[in-house]
Design a protein around this ligand. Structure first.
Ligand code: OSB
Ligand code: MG
Length: 369
């Protein structure tokens, strides 16, 4: 693929409002922006979406930087793949570390799309037009949550996700449902429950949730299969699906009826597309998850979500959901609940280098040969 250099930027930005799950409250977001330059001068960019601490998956910003600098970039230098499709196999030489892998892999997708003169959406096999956008409430406080939902509805969002846990579930969901009877609503538990909580989870069946996301263990597919038999709300898996193999097994076992795909969690856009293709063939709807990310990853998600199996609005909100000012130009904008898919070659969004500089803590460049 003729790479000239790879530059890493370590960035940090405060969120407009802290985002809470039962596991962690994120007030400041660190991330890694990857800029790949080809020998022909073409560019591609990607984003590492690991958090500062390993609360969602085992990776962190520091472990990602280490993987990129000490393993993935040296491996790419030594054995630059001829074709984009060979990257996943090459990276599989190192175990897991999917977010670090995805940071480079997604940059290579952007680079190759630009080289081909195709939008990333078209290059992936997407449909063009626009995608529906969903948004996530980041507070367990009912008054604050209702306030956030009202603001989201005013901005045109039509699908909302809330976070639940055993300390904050049935009454919380019931009150939101009472105030927003027709809202497309889903709930994400981030592994807050065990099979012993089946009665509580069953009690949620009457609130017309589109789905309940990852109620049980973060790497479980066996107990989820038991649970799905006992509740009528569709289960969606997030954390448990880190590869195509996981998706195949979860579908075979009946552990879920929906899958949330995040390129970072599965190792990049290539693996994400394979999971999409498999789910589509097996009539399992998918949607694109979010990582409280910056615009680069958001832009990749917009392209991914244009694939035909993404039939449920994803957690792809506008840049202004979390940031005073994003690092891309133009920013991601939600209009009437939808985001336009860019038509120009590559991601369709450029790095805003002035903004990037403002939020950069460190950078390092690696020259090929
Ligand atoms: O479980 O989907 C999740 C945020 C960080 C880590 C995990 C998750 C989330 C969200 C918010 O639900 C998604 C977003 O708005 O970016
Ligand atoms: Mg989730």
């Amino acid at each position: 693929m003729n790479i000239w250099s790879i530059k890493l930027h370590h960035i940090k930005m405060p969120l407009k409002v802290p985002f809470s799950t039962h596991l962690e409250t994120v007030s400041e977001r660190e991330g890694i922006i990857v800029e790949v330059t080809g020998k022909d001068g073409s560019k591609g960019c990607g984003e590492g979406v690991a958090f500062s601490s390993p609360w969602y998956t085992e990776e962190t910003v520091s472990t990602s930087w280490h993987m990129l600098k000490d393993f993935l970039i040296p491996l790419l230098k030594k054995r630059t793949p001829e074709h984009l499709g060979e990257t996943e196999k090459l990276f599989s030489f190192f175990r897991r570390n999917h977010m670090a892998k995805a940071a480079i892999e997604s940059a290579l997708w952007d680079l190759e799309a630009r080289r081909k003169g195709l939008s990333l959406s078209a290059f992936l096999g997407g449909c063009g037009g626009s995608i529906p956008s969903g948004v996530v409430v980041g507070t367990p406080n009912i008054k604050a949550a209702v306030g956030q939902i009202e603001t989201f509805l005013d901005k045109g969002y039509t699908r909302v996700k809330i976070k639940i846990s055993p300390e904050n579930d049935v009454a919380f969901v019931a009150e939101i449902r009472r105030q927003f009877p027709n809202l497309d609503l889903m709930a994400d538990a981030n592994s807050a429950y065990t099979l012993e909580d089946v009665d509580k989870l069953k009690a949620l069946d009457e609130y017309g949730l589109m789905m309940i996301e990852q109620p049980l263990g973060n790497d479980d597919i066996v107990d989820h299969a038991s649970l799905q038999k006992k509740i009528s709300t569709p289960i969606c898996l997030d954390e448990s699906i880190v590869s195509l193999d996981d998706a195949v097994k979860a579908i075979k076992l009946g552990s879920c009826r929906v899958i949330n795909i995040k390129p970072g969690r599965v190792g990049g856009l290539g693996p994400a597309k394979k999971i999409h293709d498999y789910c589509r063939k097996h009539h399992i709807p998918v949607w694109c998850g979010g990582m409280i990310e910056f615009g680069v990853s958001r832009a990749h998600n917009v392209a991914l979500a244009s694939l035909p199996g993404f039939t449920i609005p994803g957690d792809i909100s506008g840049s202004d959901r979390y940031w005073e000012k994003d690092i891309i130009t133009p920013e991601i904008v939600v209009e009437k609940g939808r985001i336009k898919i860019p038509e120009r070659p590559g991601l369709g969004f450029d790095l805003d280098f002035r903004r990037l500089k403002e939020v950069t803590l460190a950078q390092e460049e690696f020259m090929f040969e």
